[in-house]
Design a protein around this ligand. Structure first.
Ligand code: KG4
Ligand code: ZN
Length: 337
């Protein structure tokens, strides 16, 4: 089964064709970074307008690269939340229109669940239970995947998301937007142990990154001549340390054989190395999709749609967008928003 996926929840306009939920035939991502960079963050109205202009060409590119026509596609999926309302509606409307034209099912996909399903694009034979860390610009959570569609959130951020902390600290350090990749690059030239930043909520399952952000701010005001690379590396080390430890605790709790990491922050080289090391130290497997499948993309949307279509069937065409959608957890109705 061949599914066309569309992703427009934030500042990437993306489309992809994925076969049987696991095999990527094409994946096209058009980033709007240049449009938002001068504002230091995503401007929702600019994002929506850019999605309107880009979604048609990006879908055409994805079909072209996969070598298929719309008539060769079996279902169309779009990310329907969480995300920016106006931005989500562009992808949802485009997907529903294509589904109507081609007379094929439409599937609305949860963005967080999609970050999780990127793992199956990397390892098609992956079998739950899994301990998963999802760390993006808007969310940070540790999830136990008991089975397909059965999730238990065992920890989440009580304030800033990990990616948000990267973006805010980068802006403060004058490194521009988006901050994650900038800090990742600069940190390679710094010493991760130069400054000991706090690891909040140690011993608990939830996270907090707002105190760390403030600690960086105070540190730079106190010692403005300190190497920015050292500050970046030490900040990154604190985030990575906390994320790795919480994932480890969750994996221990269910004796998980496999660790999975997803979301934009999973593109971070230090986090990838740290989770790989944790897996090696604890005799587990680590599954971290390539960076381009960790940051926002539509292949993960099409992949998730395949699994959802099998278990829940298509979404109704009068379904809209759900800006504050949560990850559906075990025992609750997956349609509950
Ligand atoms: O998943 P994503 O692409 O979009 C959301 O769903 O939010 O995640 C974007 C976040 C941004 O905060 C960005 O700074 C961060 O992921 N990010 C990184 C890296 N690449 C992207 N953070 C740390 N290191 C990176 N290499
Ligand atoms: Zn995302």
């Amino acid at each position: 089964m061949r599914i066309l996926g569309i992703e427009t929840s934030c500042d990437e306009t993306a489309a992809a064709v994925v076969d049987d939920g696991r095999f990527v035939a094409s994946s096209v991502v058009s980033s709007q970074v240049d449009l938002h960079a001068r504002f230091g963050g995503v401007v929702p109205e600019i994002a929506s307008r850019a999605h309107v202009e880009l979604v048609g060409p990006v879908v055409a590119d994805a079909l072209g690269e996969a070598g298929v026509e719309l008539s060769g596609v079996d279902a169309v999926a779009a990310c329907h939340g969480p995300g920016l309302a106006g931005a989500l509606l562009v992808g949802v409307s485009a997907a529903k229109a294509l589904a109507l034209v081609a007379d094929i099912p439409y599937v609305g996909v949860n963005h967080l669940e999609a970050h999780l399903y990127a793992a199956w694009l990397e390892e098609p034979e992956l079998v739950p239970p899994l301990a998963v860390l999802i760390a993006s610009g808007g969310h940070t959570l540790v999830v136990i995947v008991e089975d397909h569609g059965r999730y238990r959130v065992v920890g989440q951020t009580v304030d800033d998301a990990a990616g948000e902390a990267f973006d805010k600290v980068a802006r403060f350090l004058g490194l521009g937007y988006p901050g994650g990749p900038a800090i990742d690059r600069l940190a390679r030239e710094g010493a991760p142990d130069a400054i000991r930043f706090p690891r909040a909520m140690a011993g608990e399952t939830d996270f907090s990154f707002s105190g760390l952000k403030t600690a960086v701010l105070h540190q730079v005001r106190r010692d403005p001549d300190a190497s920015v690379a050292d500050v970046a590396a030490s900040f990154q080390a604190a985030v990575v340390d906390v994320l790795t430890r919480k994932l480890d605790a969750a994996a221990d709790a269910i004796d998980a054989r496999t660790l999975v990491v997803g979301g934009g922050v999973a593109a971070n080289s230090a986090l990838r190395a740290s989770v790989d090391q944790l897996a090696a130290d604890t005799g587990r497997a680590a599954l971290i999709p390539p960076a381009e499948l960790c940051t926002d993309n539509a292949a993960m949307i099409a992949a998730t749609a395949w699994w959802r279509l099998r278990s829940d069937g298509p979404s109704p065409l009068d379904d809209g967008a759900f800006p504050s959608l949560k990850l559906p957890t075990s025992g609750t109705d997956t349609a509950a928003h």
